[in-house]
Design a protein around this ligand. Structure first.
Ligand SMILES: Nc1ncnc2c1ncn2[C@@H]1O[C@H](COP(=O)(O)OP(=O)(O)OP(=O)(O)O)[C@@H](O)[C@H]1O
Ligand SMILES: [Mg+2]
Length: 329
């Protein structure tokens, strides 16, 4: 990968193409490795157990408080890390949890039953499953070569992970906060399509992928925020979410390289996946031919009739076996 030429949109107001970007967001937060830090913030309640257990030495600053979590910059020994504190279900604005959780496997059956019943124990189990889902997804996608923050465990609803920083040691900006040259956009879009295809190889659809859940460091894009990741094979909404994810990323890079807007990676990747042919080495082209052949209704009807006739025959055979049975005494 060549040297990256990103610019922070907020530092170059003339290039801003994003209306939703909140200007009050603390953008350029230096890591402790880089500047002398004079003062430590009051430890938030949810981080206290981790400080008491020695997992965190200092809470440096809050990076942001989002819909599902608050994110802090913390010091663990000599390292600056990131602590993501999940909000309790009641504080989460995540309305479509059921859509995402469909098909998610809960191995322990007592746990699964409790979650269905909605008891207090069940709600706690559901909460833990939600919190561990991001850790699980991060492990799985990192194992297939997708760049995500390295993780250091999830304790009491707090995910400890690597803090992604830029070349100068500042907290890395989100993709939606940077502008870039057309060449850089094409290169990074290609990397993201590979990452998305690899995630699908691992059976995962991110489910909330956009320029706001991708960070950019000196080596390129890093995917974050996976608690809602869905199981590609068992979730009925997976295909739709997959298309949405891919197209949002295409549309963002397409702002800088408009030729990307006509690519069809979502359809291409999903079709190779559905045919069982997707592997991390699959070469992607962005081209896809719609199946324009008209459905052959007569052939489908013939097929249905044949299956029906076969079933009738099977039933008749079963009945004949029953008739041959000797009468019980
Ligand atoms: N590992 C990390 N390194 C650096 N910054 C991070 C990291 N993880 C999260 N952040 C910062 O914290 C923000 C919120 O993180 P994340 O998207 O995971 O949480 P969220 O609550 O789901 O946010 P949102 O609802 O806005 O999507 C990110 O946009 C990013 O700026
Ligand atoms: Mg996010």
């Amino acid at each position: 990968m060549g040297s990256c030429e990103y610019r922070l949109l907020s530092l170059f107001p003339g290039t801003t193409s994003h209306q939703d970007y909140p200007t009050d967001r603390p953008l350029r937060i230096p890591s402790t490795d880089q500047v002398l830090y004079n003062g430590v913030m009051k430890i938030p309640k949810r981080l206290k157990p981790l400080v008491e257990d020695g997992l965190i030495d200092e809470v440096i600053t809050q990076l942001m408080s989002g819909k599902e979590a608050s994110v802090f910059m913390v010091r663990c020994g000599a390292k600056t890390r990131c602590a993501k504190v999940y909000k309790e279900a009641t504080n989460r604005s995540f309305k479509k949890a059921a859509t995402y959780q469909e098909g998610r496997k809960v191995r322990n059956s007592r746990r699964a039953r409790a979650m269905e019943k909605g008891s207090r124990y069940g709600r706690r189990q559901q909460e833990e499953t939600w919190q561990n889902a991001e850790l699980d997804a991060l492990y799985k996608v990192s194992a297939v070569g997708v760049r995500v923050p390295e993780t250091y465990g999830c304790v009491n609803g707090v995910l400890l992970m690597e803090l992604i920083t830029d070349e100068e040691g500042y907290v890395a900006p989100r993709l939606g906060d940077v502008s870039m040259t057309p060449e850089q956009a094409i290169e990074d879009h290609g990397v993201m399509m590979q990452y998305i295809a690899r995630m699908l190889c691992a059976g995962i659809v991110h489910g909330d992928l956009s320029e706001f859940n991708v960070l950019v460091d000196q080596y390129g894009p890093v995917i974050i925020d996976l608690p809602q990741a869905v199981d590609a094979s068992s979730n009925n909404n997976a295909e739709e979410m997959f298309h949405r994810d891919v197209n949002k990323i295409r549309d963002y890079y397409g702002l800088f390289a408009p030729e990307l807007l006509s690519t069809r990676y979502a359809s291409e990747i999903w079709s190779v996946y559905s045919e069982g042919g997707l592997s991390p080495e699959t070469i992607l082209t962005g081209r896809f031919q719609d199946d324009t052949e008209e459905a052959d209704v007569d052939a489908v009807m013939e097929e249905i009739k044949a299956v029906y006739a076969e079933e009738q025959e099977r039933q008749a055979y079963l009945r004949s076996l029953e008739e041959d049975q000797p009468e019980p005494y």
